[in-house]
Design a protein around this ligand. Structure first.
Ligand SMILES: C[S@@+](CC[C@H](N)C(=O)[O-])C[C@H]1O[C@@H](n2cnc3c(N)ncnc32)[C@H](O)[C@@H]1O
Ligand code: SF4
Length: 376
């Protein structure tokens, strides 16, 4: 099963923390939609398998007019074998939601919404430079549910300087009071090329301490776990039956085609990265060229990918598979480290599988480094 991702690289305003590829000048948006349809046509043969998931992300895909969304979905359906039951997600910003638009998104065929909330707190939202209030975010979820969306995810961020742990707790409680089935909760990264990165360098902004990150992470695990959400990836929680099929396919190494500036694709052995520049992307596509670089993954890189995706999900890594596919005997090489992780409560063993616990996910990066092997 394959997936298709379309990147819509525009936002109304730049959030202070965000390093995704986007432009706040919307002038070229119509040309970009055209270029996206051209890229899809040029890369029709990239995916041989039926398409089980489609994801429009950004940037802000809810900036697109209904006609543009309809065009993109029609193009995908015309060019690829889209499953009748495909999961089709639209990433939405709260300020774009109205009863009419929500109803239209449903009619167009979207069956899952990912809503970027970040915080419900009106003291925190301006610090982030968000374009909506807490109330607007709450109303957006209700409007989406009333329009018939029964698979709604929201994004929240913790570890925000200026947001107390008590405020974080209230955000989680507020989220649980809403008709949502999925939550993505990200630990804030202060990225260099953002307003916050700049302020941090000037000494005007200080990241929260490791202890605060950890306290907020553990609080989130407790509150969401008690509410019946499954913690299936370090940053993702779902009610039973509502895990994101699109993201799971990424993490399980399924092939996907990513179209649009800055989008990545993967076909099992190589990764392709489109240029993250809207003007060049549009110009090249108008000449029938896809501006992208391709990286063939050697065995060590494939193994690293496997560790990275496996150890950050509740699927874990399969030591038998590692032996078969990469010729590595993990028990032989790292037996005492695996045992140490299990004794410390950071991991568990399920037959051939080694799976990190919620506590282990906090240290996932260093555990991965320990298991890496450059000599493959
Ligand atoms: C690509 S963004 C698109 C979301 C949508 N445009 C919105 O803002 O409503 C996806 C998510 O990444 C998360 N994110 C972006 N920058 C982040 C950062 N520096 N640290 C942690 N999470 C971040 C936010 O939760 C955001 O909703
Ligand atoms: S968080 Fe969303 S709206 Fe804000 S800049 Fe990033 S992509 Fe745009």
């Amino acid at each position: 099963m394959g997936g298709i991702y379309l990147h819509i690289p525009y936002c109304r305003q730049a959030c202070h923390y965000c390093n995704f590829h986007f432009s706040t000048t919307l002038k070229s948006l119509p040309e970009l939609v055209q270029a996206l349809t051209q890229e899809l046509a040029l890369r029709q043969s990239y995916l041989q398998e039926p398409v089980a998931t489609i994801y429009l992300g950004g940037g802000t895909p809810s900036l697109l007019a209904d006609k543009q969304l309809a065009l993109l979905l029609a193009k995908i359906r015309a060019l690829f074998a889209v499953d009748a039951e495909a999961e089709i997600t639209l990433e939405v910003n709260p300020e774009d939601v109205s009863a009419e638009r929500a109803a239209m998104w449903r009619r167009l065929g979207f069956n899952r919404i990912s809503l970027g909330v970040q915080s419900f707190d009106d003291r925190v939202l301006p610090l982030l430079n968000r374009a909506h209030s807490g109330r607007q975010a709450i109303e957006a979820v209700h409007l989406l549910a009333a329009a018939g969306f029964d698979n709604i995810s929201i994004d929240l961020i913790y570890g925000i300087p200026g947001q107390t742990t008590r405020q974080w707790q209230r955000n989680l409680e507020q989220a649980l009071a809403l008709p949502i089935q999925h939550l993505s909760c990200y630990a804030l990264t202060i990225e260099e090329r953002t307003a916050w990165g700049h302020w941090q360098r000037q000494g005007r902004l200080k990241a929260v301490s490791e202890a605060t990150y950890e306290a907020e992470y553990r609080l989130m695990c407790d509150i969401l776990g008690q509410a019946g959400f499954e913690h299936y990836e370090v940053s993702n929680f779902a009610r039973p039956g509502y895990r994101s099929r699109h993201n799971q396919a990424y993490w399980h190494g399924a092939p996907y085609l990513g179209a649009g500036p800055g989008a990545h694709s993967y076909n099992g052995s190589s990764r392709q990265a489109n240029i993250a520049n809207n003007a060049i992307y549009i110009r090249q596509l108008s000449r029938g060229l896809v501006p992208a670089t391709t990286e063939h993954l050697n065995k060590a890189q494939q193994y690293y990918e496997y560790l990275l995706t496996g150890l950050r999900t509740d699927r874990g890594i399969d030591l038998h598979l590692i032996r078969d596919k990469f010729g590595l005997d993990t028990e032989d090489k790292h037996g005492s480290f695996l045992k140490h992780c299990i004794e410390q409560g950071l991991a568990k063993r399920e037959n051939d599988k080694f799976v990190l616990t919620e506590g282990g996910w906090l240290l996932a990066d260093s555990i991965i480094v320990e298991l890496m092997d450059d000599n493959l």
